[in-house]
Design a protein. Structure first.
Length: 222
């Protein structure tokens, strides 16, 4: 569709052309150019303003945001001073390079990433279900690439699926089945660390749902 073709083209501009999933641990591969940053901001605007119309195209968006999440955390780690504080001198030096996104820009993108999932509260039921289906697909990709004895990925899809569920506790009954179905699959993964993440996510979701229900009952009694 024209929508998918446009998003596919836009997503290509959001990441460095040299970005290679097999080389994500190399910090030099993670510089975001001003063009990448502007394209990402455009993508976030589409998610916020037109999220209700993306439907299956959410998958394109989530695949891109998963890679952005890796870039943000890898680049932030390489720019973090020993005391954990980003100095003004360091920010100035980052800005002088011009070719790569500064730490400040990365912080802005990180906030935009978090806000996108928080704003899912304002989407329709169908739109949130499409978003969650995309997150489940992204998470499935991470799970399939993780062997029983290998390293554990960041599990972007799993974490954001949990966040989206917690942000939408007011209608959790409509979203419960697809979330829990995926979390149960994660708890059965061959890698023990992945299973632990699945159990933790499932526990947080159940506790969050019960706490929300209790709060609603208390408000009705008042």
């Amino acid at each position: 569709t024209p929508r998918d073709a446009f998003l596919t083209s836009l997503c290509k501009y959001t990441l460095p052309s040299s970005h290679d999933r097999e080389l994500e641990a190399t910090a030099e591969m993670h510089g975001l150019s001003p063009k990448n940053v502007q394209a990402l901001k455009c993508l976030f605007n589409i998610g916020h303003c037109l999220g209700g119309y993306l439907d299956t195209a959410w998958h394109l968006v989530m695949e891109t945001l998963e890679q952005l999440d890796r870039i943000i955390h890898t680049t932030s780690a390489t720019h973090t001073p020993s005391k954990g504080i980003t100095t003004g001198k360091q920010l100035k030096e980052d800005d002088k390079t011009g070719s790569n996104a500064s730490v400040m820009e990365l912080n802005v993108l990180s906030c935009a990433l978090s806000n996108l999932f928080e704003s899912s509260r304002f989407l329709s039921d169908d739109a949130v279900l499409y978003m969650m289906a995309a997150l489940c697909a992204v998470s499935d990709g991470s799970l399939s690439s993780t062997s029983s004895g290998g390293g554990v990925p960041r599990m972007f899809g799993l974490k954001k699926l949990l966040e989206t569920g917690l942000y939408n506790l007011a209608r959790i009954q409509k979203l419960w089945d697809p979330i829990v179905e995926h979390l149960v699959c994660v708890t059965n993964h061959a890698h023990s660390a992945v299973r632990a993440q699945g159990v933790e996510a499932l526990s947080q979701l159940i506790i969050g749902a019960l706490d929300y229900q209790q709060q609603q009952q208390q408000q009705q009694q008042q």
